[in-house]
Design a protein around this ligand. Sequence first.
Ligand code: FPP
Length: 291
Amino acid sequence: MEHDPGGSIAMVGCLEDDVKVSLDEIAEPGTDARAVLEQLEPSRLPVHVAIIMDGNGRWATARNLPRVEGHRAGISAVRQTIETAARLGIDVVTLYAFSTENWKRPRHEVLTLMGLLKEYIKRELKTFLKHDLRFRPIGRIDLLDRSVRRELDRAVEATSSCRGSLIQIALNYSGRQELTDVMRSAAREAAAGTLRPDDLDEVWIEDHLTTRGQPDPDLLIRTSGEQRISNFLLWQLAYSEIYFSPVLWPDFDQEEFLKALLAFQCRERRFGGLPQSGSVFTPPKDEHGKT
Ligand code: FPP
């Protein structure tokens, strides 16, 4: 990593460009995590990292523990990932904590997950404030239990004026449901005469997603060796780099997260074009001037 002799890096995405975070504040000297950190190029970090935290159940089963113990152990990986991302100045981290399909799990597991989430938010609020992190849940939050909503609202309110990284937790989330909701809004506006078919474009759709105003994820990480998107951020992931880690989520520590960032920096992002293309065509437009 290019850093000054004093061992600090300019934070990326931070409000003040001259804020420096010491490498020692991110990873202890002499550790494997530090060795990976030192290979990172600070100016080429992803702005938005999305994560599918998978493998909690298998982690617990391998230790003859109930599945819920895997979720409990996964909280430490959540904490390490968020703190590292915040210190590196990554603008947005979106964690997939509970999908609409997860309701199909045994009642005890669902209730434990919701309980862990409440506990986590209560306990981590101080850390969010310390690191100036803004908290935001996405998904059908209105359908969650009142006690869960109360903790979520409290964290949103308490961190609303924070200006550091945005931490998004996807809860009762489904990418298809999100797109269906956008289509419904469009149909409603069209029926009311406030949306003409030609006004419905990518910008309109992005303005009606739960992630409106945010950049799309540059990097999607999925742990546990599974290689699927599982109904996560279907629109937003169109051009994300995907990193599949064989590591089960509870074992996904700071070093593993930094390794994912390093792998991202080795990718060449072309967005459908070619590297360093010179003269290019202007995309053809239809009779309404749309591409
Ligand atoms: C997938 O592993 C993981 C989940 C469905 C829940 C993730 C939740 C946590 C990490 C803890 C709470 C979250 C926060 C944000 C505090 P799995 O159960 O599908 O694992 P398996 O594929 O091995 O069965």
